[in-house]
Ligand binder design. Structure first.
Ligand code: GLN
Length: 549
């Protein structure tokens, strides 16, 4: 059962998407947490996919993996980072997931012979999931971000669920609309009309917004606030100006300038305790570093998800970027990340030499053959020129392949993912995975989520973590092939992280005596990096980059 007094905040979008509902939801959570409330968050993605794992990152952005294996939306990463909590699959909902459950329940006779209908059974399932997320986290407040914008066909059943929850608990549910106010260049004036329409669309679903977050290039003036208040039916002091900011981490601070946590507590009928200054100060100190770090550290990020479609490239690697930032700011350094298309490195050797101008090189996660040879060339260059190198997942597998080819002398070393016919599959697939692939079972079937690794004594990894056992999140199908491990180790590569039974290679590195930082992880450390607690391996990497400088 959810706490008797559990409160729910729905965050919905007006006018256009992509103007910061996720950051708004995360920021609302943070300012409420500062008031002593325990907060959890849910992301609703209204598409039919059961999870984000089967979606192309150029279309949907990064797949954010949770400890319990769920493959989710990048906004989940923002919630975890802002709120410093670990979420689970109850915190992520898609239409596919909701329907799947309802159909399973019907097959199991759980509706006791009733005719099962889109309304009310789908919204009822949505409501029960929302309540479960609240009770699992023992939360005072659940923030529910509804993806997309009001008026979209896909949104209707979620808004219906929200309305039903409000009818059942009239004093426990509030609505926040994040809307956009354009300033057309030829008109030169900020326009409120699209937001007025969005507000009416929301009303058409039986919902009245309690708070309006007005996103715009610039702050809202009083006139605009009054207009919106009048036509959207919201008191002026609940129209919150949210202009563009330099960093997303400014947003909670700006919200508090408008006393938003007090207004939220008022509306929710909860006591607004004094701000927990200790935590808040830490946040403000972090944000100061974001603004004041001037000395740069230059990182080359080598990837292939460049052709953007609806998404910008950086969305595909969002957590990696944030992880680099946290460890850089911690050292008062401003990271400058350059995107290098791995395919360009393949055709043009001069481009490889240009890598010299960077303080460090990262090859993040990836799939498939395209651009791989370029990445391997970059890794070789980093190794031979002692440029700090950090490989994440695919970046670790390619590190091992590069070493096998150029140090062990296995010229055709590769991964089954690229060439299953090669004689030297230094990276291969486990038997259990082979069966899944043979049956075309792709969804949710990789090695996912938390796994423990044991670290080798006196290695860079152990030194960075300051402990010998770690738990990190995974998302991959292939593994380093144990057949080659002994020979690779003889040639100086150190597998400094292994599964407890010693069968899975989790970290590969070169000792500090040979290279300042040449390390790859089979897992994704970026998913555990948080603004106030940067990830130890990213921190060790950035330190090496700074020293190289
Ligand atoms: N393509 C590799 C695998 O599936 C690496 C995956 C990744 O980088 N996330 O094993």
């Amino acid at each position: 059962m959810a706490k008797n007094n559990c409160k729910y905040i729905f965050v919905v979008g007006g006018v256009i998407s992509g103007v910061g509902k996720g950051v708004t939801s995360s920021s609302l959570g943070l300012i409420l947490k500062n008031r002593g409330l325990s907060v959890t968050a849910i992301k609703i993605d209204p598409y039919i996919n059961v999870d984000a794992g089967t979606m192309n990152p150029t279309e949907h952005g990064e797949v954010f993996v949770l400890g319990d294996k769920d493959e989710t939306d990048q906004d989940m990463g923002n919630y975890e980072r802002f709120l410093d909590i670990n979420l689970t699959r109850v915190n992520y909902m898609t239409t596919g997931r909701v329907y799947q459950t309802v159909i399973e329940k019907e097959r199991n006779l759980e509706y006791k012979g009733k005719c099962v209908q889109v309304v009310p059974h789908i919204p009822m399932e949505i409501v029960s999931r929302i309540k479960k997320a609240g009770s699992d986290a023992n939360a005072d407040v659940v923030i529910i971000e509804v993806g997309g914008t009001v008026g979209e066909y896909e949104n209707i059943l979620y808004l219906e669920a929200a309305r039903m929850l409000k009818i059942e608990n009239p004093h426990d549910v509030i609505f926040v609309m994040v809307s956009y106010l354009p300033t057309p260049s030829k008109v030169g004036e900020m326009k409120t009309k699209p937001t007025q329409h969005a507000s009416r669309l929301l009303n058409g679903s039986g919902i009245q917004a309690d708070i309006l977050i007005a996103r715009a290039d610039t702050p809202l003036d009083e006139k605009r606030k009054e207009k919106l208040s009048m036509f959207c039916n919201i008191p002026v002091d609940r129209i919150i100006s949210a202009p563009d900011v330099e960093s997303i981490y400014d947003v909670p601070i700006n919200f508090e300038k408008e006393k938003l946590s007090e207004r939220l507590c008022d509306l929710l009928g909860v006591v607004c305790k004094k701000v927990d200054e200790k935590n808040w100060d830490k946040w403000k100190t972090f944000v100061k570093k974001v603004h004041n770090s001037k000395d740069t550290v230059k990182i080359a990020m080598i990837g292939k998800y460049f052709e953007t479609g609806d998404f910008v490239l950086s969305d595909a690697y969002l957590s990696v970027i944030e992880a680099v930032k946290y460890s850089s700011y911690m050292q008062n350094k401003k990271p400058i990340i350059s995107w290098i298309n791995s395919a360009d490195l393949e055709k043009n050797p001069a481009k490889i030499k240009e890598l010299k101008k960077y303080d460090g090189i990262v090859v993040p996660g990836g799939f498939g053959a395209r651009g791989v040879e370029g990445k391997i060339k970059a890794i070789k260059f980093a190794r031979e020129n002692k440029i700090p190198y950090f490989g994440l997942c695919y970046g670790m597998q390619l590190l091992v392949i590069e070493y096998a080819r150029n140090v062990l002398g296995l010229k055709d070393a590769t991964t089954r993912e690229i060439d299953p016919n090669s004689k030297n599959l230094v990276v291969d697939v486990m038997e259990s995975q082979k069966e899944l692939l043979d049956k075309n079972i792709y969804g949710g079937s990789m090695r996912l989520g938390n796994y423990t690794a044991v670290l080798g004594k006196k290695t860079i990894a152990e030194n960075a973590y300051g402990k010998t056992e770690i738990v990190e999140r995974h998302r991959h199908r292939y593994e380093v092939n144990n057949f080659y491990v002994e020979n690779l180790e003889k040639k100086g590569l150190v597998f400094s992280g292994k599964s407890k039974d010693g069968n899975l290679m989790e970290i590969a590195e070169l000792p500090k005596s040979k290279h300042p930082f040449f390390l790859g992880t089979q897992f994704h450390p970026e998913f555990l990096a948080r603004p106030l607690t940067p990830h130890p391996l990213f921190t060790a990497f950035i330190k090496a980059c700074v020293s190289k400088k």
